[in-house]
Design a protein around this ligand. Sequence first.
Ligand code: ZN
Length: 708
Amino acid sequence: MTTRAAKRGSGKSGGKPRAGRKVTPARRASVQGNPLLGKWSTPFALPPFSLIEPSHFGPAFVVALKDHKAEIAKIAAQASRPTFANTIVALERSGRPLNRVSAVFFNLAGSHTSEALQAVEREIAPQLAAHETAVMLNPKIFARVEDLYQRRDRLRLTDEQRRVLELHHTWLVRAGARLGRKAKARVAAINERLATLATQFGQNVLKDEQSWRMVLDGERDLAGLPPSVRAAAARAAADAGLKGKHVVTLLRSSVEPFLQFSSRRDLREQAFTAWTKRGEMGGATDNRAITAEIIALRAELAKLLGYESYADYSLDDAMAKTPGAVRSLLTAVWPAAVRRAAQEREALQERVHTEGGNFEIAAWDWRYYSEKERKALYDLDEASTRPYFMLGTVIAAAFDTAARLFGLCFKELGDVPRYHPDVRVWDVTNERGVHVGLFLGDYFARPSKRSGAWMSAFRSQARVAGNVRPIIVNVMNFARGEEGEQTLLSLDDARTLFHEFGHGLHGLLSDVTYPSISGTSVSRDFVELPSQLYEHWLMVPEVLQRFAIHYRTGKPMPPKLAARIKKARNFNQGFSTVEYVASALVDIELHALDEVKDLDVDAFERATLKRLGMPREIVMRHRIPHFLHIMGGYAAGYYSYMWSEVMDADAFQAFEEAGDAFDPETAKRLKKYIYSGGNARDPHEAYFAFRGRPPQIAGMLKKRGLDG
Ligand SMILES: [Zn+2]
């Protein structure tokens, strides 16, 4: 996924401070010595991380918000007739200090947080929301944009300028610019409250993940766990101050391998139950009441803005356009997925019986028995693939693919600022040796990091105020190898690395004028195209041949193993599709609700799943109380992954049709229209320009093995 920090970094009100401002004594005091506000004379103008303390953020936000307010007031107060330059360009150039401080803050809040940062986050999130609302609902700003919008045919704008003008207009209208005063005040109050609630929701999930752990004491508790999982558990124990023991945590990277391998059914049940109850454990971190309030406020917001439901409101601005379109995609896949999952379940139950087990498969058994089933059917298990995916070589494979497709070159930098010693930094150049941007890789799990994997930006590409080059970061939660040992990735981890790197390229290759349309600032159901598409190259035979190297022997992956991986590609896809589509459908139905007063989140989730015919042995990939996606930017948007998947499967076919996974002509179009394009074109048009036709669903169904 991509994050809010990335969005804010290229924010809808990006730009640059004006020169010649009066400096008052109070202002001088808060600016002086605050590294967030001064000029950054670091290499590549990276944030001076070593100088930044949590206590700097509060005062820096105060100054940056004040600056931006003054800039907006000045744009609004102009006596001259609106022009593209004095209005849209001015808006695009405004708020640069705010974007800079926000980008540093939200990146750290996600990847290296602390009690102190979390306290700042709780305080600043509603203030930022209030500020953003005030800008968006400023009547004079809207009057100027509206005036330009009405005259857009006569303004002699370039295609990009026209697109940016239309987007600004859309954003303002969607924010409520056409509402009366009373309604606007209510919108502002709702936004502020939503920001507070979403922050609380995320912090609660993190707290539940941090506070739960299962200590494995001795060989009996470790039964079934292969060396890599034991090593990660030993590391987690050391992190928790329990050196010499083994610990399972609720991070996906910890609990999922445990569920795959532990032969202790009782421990699997304990771990799985805790994992699926994050945000629902009662007490101060329980997210159910928060969720109910968020859903009610969103529904009210949508009504105020003239939409039937929040899903209608949210999707109106996406490729999908309507909840109906989302439902048709998801329900087209659902029955086949459930059928396939039922077959998978039969096979797993059979395995339980042949092993002498006398119980019905439960949710905490699925991963364990499907791992065995995979081994039996395809002679393929984690243990046989992991030695071929060293973290270092998978990174090299991702870079090499970018070199072959897009001419990029990556050179690691030693002595540059970074926010944690684990972070690696690369200078990215193009085929002419020109600096493109910086790429930061932050790969290992740690307690100060939220779970999951994401791409974000410390700075987004734009040209409206100088040639601003991007600083892009990929954050993962891989379990680090033992001291002095290589970190070995599962096949899924390797795919995740390629996925986030695809988002990273979307940020790095961005080639637009205006910050608000830079890189990943695109429609949510389009943004997963560059990332999911990139995953395809991991499994290209020549990439495996060169980069899937055994960490001990140095030999490439045997072709027979690669073939078995390929053959096993659709294995367990019933399960994966069901856990994903169930989450996506619950998300849409939750945001399409008409009656949201006193919503009982549990009852709603249960009833929706029952109506769908959710298999008893499968749990949603993200249950509502810890569904971080939909509390942040992916509200009514979790379907986006599958929407994008229709395009990524179809897009990769273009290379297959060309007979070369690196076909230069196809790669050129891909770069121009998709990876470099930002939001400069309507996403339907961008895809059409790349492919020469709209995407077809057949490729996705085939990819998931649901076509037969
Ligand atoms: Zn993603």
